[in-house]
Write a protein that binds this ligand. Structure first.
Ligand code: HEM
Length: 468
């Protein structure tokens, strides 16, 4: 089957960003690595241990003094504007960028994150902007990003979420330090090649179903117009449901559908101002959020119960994430409760579905634009797999296909921003990121794209078929 792209793209979808902010951002970002410093009033102030800062302090004096400190270090960027900072400009430029379609060969970053794109163009690879009263550092320097992401001091953490966003319960992605390491140790076997080997027949069945369906749609004339994005969403959902729940994947898919509705409701909460206690107000939206949550949990409990019974009856539990997590519960140092298992299953879908679907969609678009590489990829697959369905060993040999996927990830990264939050005054390569006062905290936002570029420049350039 050959792919052809038609017309221009008006793409605007969410991506996997465990904090949620990147969700409404779309499929890629070219240049920006973003660290934002954010001040929050902490528990000490709430407990009355320190005098409550006044309005003038919060909305003017503190931001201005932080700005002065950052500027003294040579960091350039926008000046603090009362109340909103750069948020209005951020919203305006995003709206404008999305109001018109883009050509397929156009750079994606100015469309996806126009404000940050412009910031880096004007102020360079470390720049300052304002999310409300919170100073934000944008990092577009891969080495700085690496330092932020690999920091082990405990001062740089994942950003806090409002309580309604917490309804998504994103398991390991929200943990820190030892708790994170322990959970990751428990989950990592699910990604070992040997485990994946056992899942390949199920994945392969999903892909064969898709190809058969497309062949039918193409009919005897051999071509048809197809919305590949929605096709790949279904495929990714099928594959992840099988990886997570094995034989209960049909029930798993129902849960994923519920979770999609929940994401929409939760995003609304994310973009609204959160007042303490808001989640307890029995509004229509809150009632819906809690009823979906209840439904998801009940369905997951049911699946877990069935899996536990199957394992008592001899099922090894090796073939899916749920089985692996349940097996691990017998280990002495494993303190995972059923609720934790439920969270990890939900996270798998949340983190994996749309990221993978976006990657595959862009890959087809790019291959349609570059028939030479489409042909090369086809030749390679036919040479290595022949007419057999690919197994894990043949997949490992697909060099050109891997390069194409890496190049698409570089140009259209499904996760384009990562956020980090600094708890204490932190120094990154001689740059001091303030922690504010005793009650302050600093948030960092980092996009991965330039990190990808570092690797791609070494590996991909000889094959770089779509430099814009
Ligand atoms: C093209 C596809 C994907 C991309 C680009 C991607 C990217 C990322 C990134 C950048 C993070 C780190 C987020 C942070 O540190 O704040 C992350 C975390 C994570 N992703 Fe993915 N992902 C993809 C597919 C998947 C799939 C298919 C799964 C599982 C089925 C998955 C599961 C996870 C999990 C569990 C985490 C949290 C890990 C942790 O915090 O230790 N991802 N992903």
């Amino acid at each position: 089957m050959h792919t052809q792209a038609r017309g221009s793209a008006n793409l605007g979808k969410r991506v996997c960003d465990p904090r949620g902010k990147g969700l409404q951002l779309q499929v890629g970002l070219q240049t920006h690595l973003l660290v934002s410093t954010a001040m929050h009033f902490g528990s000490a102030a709430r407990a009355g241990l320190h005098p409550r800062p006044g309005v003038a302090h919060t909305f003017w004096l503190k931001p201005k003094s932080q700005e002065k400190r950052l500027r003294k270090q040579g960091i350039r960027g926008t000046s603090y504007k009362l109340f909103n900072g750069d948020e209005k400009e951020f919203a305006r430029s995003s709206k404008e960028a999305r109001s018109r379609p883009i050509a397929l060969n156009q750079e994606i970053a100015p469309r996806v994150l126009p404000f940050f794109y412009k910031m880096v163009q004007i102020y360079g690879k470390v720049s300052l902007c304002w999310m409300g009263t919170r100073p934000s550092l944008l990092l577009a320097d891969p080495e700085l990003v690496r330092l932020v992401l690999t920091d082990t001091s405990g001062h740089i953490i994942k950003p806090p979420r409002n309580a309604l966003v917490g309804l998504l319960q994103l398991g390991v992605s929200t943990l820190e330090g030892d708790k994170w390491a322990k959970r990751r140790r428990l989950m990592t076997p699910a990604f070992h090649a040997e485990r994946l080997r056992g899942m390949i027949p199920a994945f392969s069945a999903c892909c064969c179903d898709l190809v058969q369906r497309w062949k039918k749609l193409a009919g005897p004339q051999g071509s048809c117009e197809l919305d590949v994005a929605s096709e790949f969403n279904i495929l990714a959902s099928d594959v992840i449901a099988r990886a997570a729940f094995g034989s209960s994947y049909e029930e798993g898919k129902k849960i994923f559908d519920l979770q999609k509705d929940q994401v929409i409701l939760v995003l609304e909460a994310f973009y609204s101002i959160y007042f303490p206690g808001l989640r307890f107000i029995p509004s229509k939206k809150n009632k819906k959020r809690y009823s979906i949550d209840k439904e998801i949990k009940a369905a997951l409990r049911n699946i877990i119960h069935k899996k536990e019974q199957a394992m008592q009856n001899g099922d090894s539990g090796d073939a899916d994430l749920l089985g692996l997590l349940l097996q691990g519960r017998d280990d002495a140092d494993n303190d995972m409760k059923i609720e934790d298992v439920i969270e990890e299953c939900k996270l798998f879908f949340f983190a994996g579905q749309e990221t993978t679907a976006n990657l595959l969609t862009w890959t087809l678009i790019v291959l349609s634009m570059h028939p030479f590489w489409q042909e090369k990829a086809r030749e390679e697959v036919l040479q290595i797999c022949g007419n057999r369905a690919p197994d894990i060993d043949s997949i490992k040999q697909l060099r050109i296909v891997s390069m194409i996927l890496n190049e698409v990830l570089r140009l259209y990264p499904p996760v384009n921003l990562l956020y980090r939050h600094t708890l204490k005054e932190t120094s990154i390569r001689g740059m001091s990121i303030p922690a504010g006062e005793q009650v302050g905290a600093v948030e960092s936002v980092v996009s991965m794209h330039n990190v990808a570029i570092c690797y791609c420049i070494k590996v991909i350039i000889p094959f770089s078929f779509f430099w814009f």
